[in-house]
Every structure is written in C-alpha cells, then in structure tokens.
Design a protein around this ligand. Structure first.
Ligand code: LLP
Length: 381
C-alpha cells in the first residue's frame, strides 16, 4: 500500500509550475495525481471501511471531485460546507456525508436533521436543551478519548483544555439523555488532534472508544477521526499507513462488531498543494537577510499561527547552491508575516519564482484578504 519514496511531484513538474507562475503573480497549485495517490493509499487499508475527507482542509471543487471519484466520503462541519459540496457534487448521496458541527446554534442541528444528514453531537448540551430535535434520530456522538496530540497546542483536540467531545466520565449521563430524547446512537466518533505521526495513536483511540461504544447496543461504527501527519521535508519518511493498518486489524480481531472509519484532511491534500509567489525585494539588516515575496500570511497563515514549518525553494534557481541564510517574508504589515525563518537559500533576484511546499491543506481555506490583498487563484494540474 505504501508507494516507494519518489521524487516530489513539484520537482518533476517544475516546468509546468514555472508556466503557471508566468501567468500569475501568486497561485495555489494542486497536483490532482498526488491526491489520487494519497487517496488510494488510505482507501486500500484493509481495516478501514470508510474514509471521510475532512473538507475543511481544502474545499477546491476539483479537489473534492477527485476525492469523490477516488471513493472518499466527506466530513462537513458547517451548513456552508454541506451546501458547497452539494453544488460541486450534486449527485453525492446524503449518506456519504457526516455532519459534525461544534458549539453550533440549535438551528444548524435542526437543519442537518431535516436534510437527512448523519449528525454528530459533541456535547451533552444539545440533548439536554433541545431533546425534541433528536427524537427518533440515529446519531453519532463525539467522545474525547483523552488520547491524542498534535503539531501545536491549537490543534490538540483532547483533554480538559480542548472544547471538543463528551468526556468519558459523562457516559452515564450521555446514556440517560440519549434514552430520554428517544434517540439511538449508531456511531462513536473522535478526532484526537492534527499532525500526529505515531500510528499507535489511532489504536489507542479505538481502545478508548470501546468503553463508550459498548454502552449502546446499536453502535456499529467507530470513527477514529483524522490527524495523520505529512512529511515536512522532501527526505522525511511518510506516515506509516501499513503500521496503522496492522494495529487496526488487530483491534478489529478483538472487536469484530465494529466498522472503522477514518477522517483525514491533511494527509490527502497537504503535499499535493504548493503556493507560488515571486521575489519582490531583497534586504539586509544587521546580520539578517530578508527575501521579500509577493504573498504572505494572508495566503498561508500556518507559520504565523502555529510556527509551522513549510519547505521553501527558489524554483527559478532550483539547482543553485544555498549560499546564504534568509528569512522569507510577505508584504503584510505585521512582523509575524514570515513564511520561513533562517533558511539556507541561493542568492535570489527580483521576479524569481518561489515555491512554498505543503500548502494544499489549510492554505487557501484559512486565507484572508487582510490588508485588502488578493487571495491567490487556485490552479489544478
Ligand atoms: N475530523 C475532525 C472532526 C476535525 O476537526 C479535523 C480537523 C479532521 C477530521 C482532519 O484533521 P487532519 O487530518 O487534517 O489533521 N488548521 C490546522 C489544522 C486544524 C484541524 C482541525 N480539525 C493546521 O493548519 O494545521
């Protein structure tokens, strides 16, 4: 299932990328073939019955169509996501959508139920305050498995400091409220954090969910969420899906009653996307060297928000030796507008094309028009 390490797509397709950069000052470029490959890898796991793409990671229409064609279903977290998905894929069946809002107003649950979506509750509050909505409904419940992690504290979704999920200590109350509302629990859900690289995490999540699942006779699904890490640098090893599959097969052997679902976002799209920009200005300040580029935190907020690392290369001078250490900055009026700090870099010139890697997940979707700068167009290869 794991394909051998191959040259990263954006080196193979450098000429095409330079052509795109000839037409656009800045652009997100998505390689659909890479998305298909990632989807094939995860969909071929023997332990997993369904893969729901967490479309919050990238809602580009071609990306959604590619994933639907590959066999993925969808995790949507807002009515806006569901409506967008329907516009792009009008024939997509309702049962291919899991609707997982968080701290949403009453109306959104009412809407989801009326639309016939599979709805996930991640608090006791809706059952306590609006039990009439859930009478006769078949629900998923998001549990905080108290097992997880993430690349930054903002994306850890377990533990008391995280707002997500019903605590394992609330299972008695959950059981009572579900019964009182006249609902049936058919799935137990968790998402334990983002950017986790240890396959053992999901086996531990599955173990933690059993306690909740076993309380409800009609549960047939354990949705173990997303969060699979991606390589940050070209040489880094990829997430070990076969190891994960093995762990989950062992789990299934012990608990054959349950189907396992996964909900990857980043894994399917991060590496497939790059952000292209052009060098605007160069500057030395004390011992610092700055390479200014034509877009910044407005297009990719991850470095500023999480201190996330994204590989940056000068695509025009890809074969030139790195002779200096530079900080790559955008045009936004904040000192935090840095895409990369202290990077080995070749000597660059105005108008060189700069590529920022791993921008396919949480790039365009978290972009803004801060400083009234344009959001770059999205181009698919
Ligand atoms: N399922 C649920 C319920 C989620 O909340 C998320 C992500 C996922 C699945 C997919 O997680 P993934 O496989 O993409 O890690 N903006 C952050 C990531 C936030 C993730 C939020 N929830 C970043 O740029 O790293």
């Amino acid at each position: 299932m794991q394909r051998k390490q191959e040259t990263i797509w954006w080196l193979r397709k450098r000429d095409e990328l330079l052509k795109v950069a000839g037409r656009h000052l800045n652009a997100y470029v998505y390689d659909l073939e890479s998305i298909e490959n990632a989807a094939r890898d995860i969909l071929s796991m023997r332990s997993v019955s369904r893969v729901l793409y967490a479309m919050k990671a990238n809602f580009n229409a071609d990306v959604l169509r590619t994933l639907a064609r590959s066999g993925a279903d969808f995790d949507c977290v807002s009515p806006g996501e569901v409506r967008h998905l329907r516009e792009v894929l009008p024939d997509n069946a309702k049962d291919r959508i899991l609707f997982t809002p968080n701290f949403a107003p009453r109306d959104e649950y009412e809407w989801g139920i009326k639309e016939g979506l599979r709805v996930t509750l991640d608090n006791l509050y809706p059952l306590k305050a609006w039990p009439e909505l859930f009478d006769g409904q078949r629900l998923f419940i998001r549990i905080d498995p108290n097992q997880g992690g993430g690349h930054h504290e903002h994306v850890v979704t377990v533990g008391k400091r995280s707002k997500f999920g019903v605590s394992l200590s609330e299972l008695d109350e959950l059981k009572y409220l579900v019964g009182a509302a006249g609902a049936t629990v058919i799935g137990i859900h968790a998402h334990s954090g983002s950017g986790i690289n240890e396959p053992d995490n999901w086996a531990a999540v599955a173990d933690a969910l059993i306690e909740a699942a076993d309380r409800f006779a009609d549960v047939t699904v354990l949705d173990l969420g997303g969060g699979f890490g991606v390589p940050e640098n070209r040489g880094d090893v990829r997430f070990d899906l076969s190891a994960l599959d093995e762990r989950l097969m062992a789990f299934k052997k012990q608990h054959p009653k349950y189907e396992l679902w996964l909900e990857p976002g980043r894994y399917l799209v991060a590496v497939a996307g790059v952000l292209l920009a052009h060098v605007t200005q160069l500057k030395g300040k004390s011992e610092m060297r700055y390479v200014g580029v034509s877009t910044g935190m407005n297009s990719l907020i991850r470095p500023a928000l999480y201190g996330a690392y994204h590989e940056i290369v000068n695509l025009t001078r890809i074969s030139d030796e790195a002779t200096e250490t530079v900080t790559v900055v955008g045009p936004i009026c904040e000192s935090g507008d840095k895409l990369g700090t202290d990077r080995p870099f070749p000597r660059s010139q105005e108008n060189d094309v700069i590529l920022i890697a791993n921008a396919g997940a949480y790039g365009r979707v978290m972009s803004s028009s801060y400083n009234l700068r344009d959001i770059p167009p999205e181009i698919t290869l």
